[in-house]
Design a binder for this molecule. Structure first.
Ligand code: NDP
Length: 421
């Protein structure tokens, strides 16, 4: 049916690409590109050796910080869709290149600058902190600003098709379509009950992950943001097939888009589970300056502490064989239907070892990579169409929900859920 160009070949992309190759009726050509082309070649060889896919696979080298390099690549590959699974730092350059070439764009995480000390970016950021009331480094304003340009060009950009954001956002559209006249509260609960046996490791890109969890928390209530200290709000929750876990309130990007796209919603919160050992390690690294994102001089050379830390930590893509246990990620909704109050939970449970058996990755990469493929498929097949910049909850959720069941992330609706106080 069509050709996808995937930028990035890390933990998430490895799953998304293997899923595209499984779905060869839709993805008959896949080009994999990143700065380290040997990684892309290894994945191509792995898929071809298995001999199960009819997708034609090619690889290329690209530095996605360069719009010119991206344009040259897109012009030579001629994809129908570009799937951005590099880092949030590259979102804007890849969006610019797609715009210049008139090609659809899909990603899984919103824009964040690599250097948060850059004075030009910082001035806009500080204004936004004051105006909107949350201090996270990432927000949708940068990408939503492309709305008119994408609309005028007649192309589509789909933002945030991972699990959270992504599946949690589609769950919200599905709840609104089938279970509620009005949704009043949304609690997004992200539980990783997996154990990789290391004293400390992150399940996806350490730099992005540690920036996110060491930042202030925040939630949306009655039309504005309420900000908390990092890890200030803690709850316990008994997760189906995982058990009792401590979870902490974080700022998370889908809160921003759901607040805009779910009419009448009064409160949106996001919780993620963490063990005490993870939190103690993180606090210690933060206290000694290892989470800093600005360059420091070391023996006559500039280094960024968090990037140095990344080089020391286990590669998230290597956790697959060691990780046992399950993830349970989903959302609890309250609201009204036909004048009566109602509460439901929609969630998915994913087993780390089952993912490893299927694609050689742990469940965090799997639960992000599968929806990345599905979001791209929605564009490729025209099941989701339009011109402009969209978040996933703005489309009909039904074909996406069906695809989740088919492609490895089956979901459950619980009409009598345990609530979070
Ligand atoms: P990794 O660090 O494992 O992989 C990142 C990939 O991007 C690497 O292949 C890297 O390859 C490539 N890359 C980085 N910089 C550039 C560049 N300048 N040019 C070209 N390629 C580049 O990250 P993950 O796979 O863990 O995460 C990928 C994305 O998924 C991130 O944006 C992350 O935030 C998002 N994510 C979303 C989730 C969700 O649920 N929505 C959950 C988890 C992650 P190389 O260095 O060779 O260039």
């Amino acid at each position: 049916m069509g050709k996808v160009l995937v930028i990035g070949c890390g933990g998430v992309a490895q799953v998304a690409i293997q899923k595209c190759a499984q779905n060869d009726a839709v993805f008959d050509e896949i080009c994999i590109a990143s700065r380290t082309v040997s990684k892309c070649d290894d994945l191509k060889a792995k898929i071809e050796t298995q001999g199960k896919s009819h997708s034609k696979i090619t690889t290329a080298k690209v530095n996605a910080d360069s719009v010119d390099e991206l344009i040259a690549l897109i012009k030579s590959v001629k994809p129908d869709v570009v799937l951005n699974l590099a880092l949030p730092y590259q979102d804007l350059t890849i969006m610019d290149a797609c715009l210049a070439c008139g090609v659809h764009y899909v990603d899984s995480a919103n824009y964040e600058p690599e250097d948060t000390e850059d004075p030009k970016w910082r001035a806009i950021y500080e204004k936004r902190c004051k105006e909107l009331g949350f201090t996270a480094y990432f927000d949708y304003s940068w990408q939503w600003a492309y709305q008119k340009k994408y609309k005028d060009a007649g192309i589509i950009a789909i933002l945030g098709t991972g699990f959270d954001p992504g599946v949690t956002s589609v769950f919200s559209a599905y709840a609104l379509k089938h279970y509620f006249d009005e949704i009043h509260t949304i609690d997004i609960l992200d539980c990783n009950g997996g154990d990789h046996g290391y004293p400390f490791a992150t399940n996806f890109n350490p730099e992005i992950n540690l920036r996110e969890v060491s930042a202030n928390g925040s939630y949306w209530e009655n039309g504005h943001w309420v900000e908390t200290k990092p890890m200030e709000i803690k709850r316990e929750y008994n997760f189906e097939q995982v058990g009792m876990k401590d979870m902490y309130l974080l700022h998370h990007e889908e809160i921003e888009s759901l607040a805009k796209n779910i009419p009448g919603v009064k409160r949106i919160r996001f919780f993620m589970t963490f063990g005490q050992s993870y939190l103690t390690h993180m606090k210690c690294l933060e206290n000694v300056g290892m989470l800093r994102t600005d360059p420091v001089m070391f023996e006559g050379k500039e280094i960024v502490p968090i990037q140095f830390l990344k080089a020391l930590l286990p590669d998230p893509a290597s956790l697959g064989p060691r990780t046992v246990g399950k993830t349970n990620i989903g959302c609890i909704y309250t609201g009204t239907k036909d004048g009566k109050k109602r509460a439901i939970k929609i969630y998915n449970v994913c087993d780390h070892q089952e993912c490893y058996k299927e694609v050689g990755s742990q469940a965090i990469s799997y639960t992000t990579g599968v929806p990345a493929m599905i979001g791209t498929m929605m564009v490729m097949t025209g099941q989701w169409k339009g011109a402009g910049v969209f978040n996933v909850e703005e489309f009909d959720p039904d074909p996406y929900m069906e695809a989740l069941n088919k492609w490895g992330l089956p979901w459950v609706v619980d009409e009598n859920p345990v609530m979070v106080d």
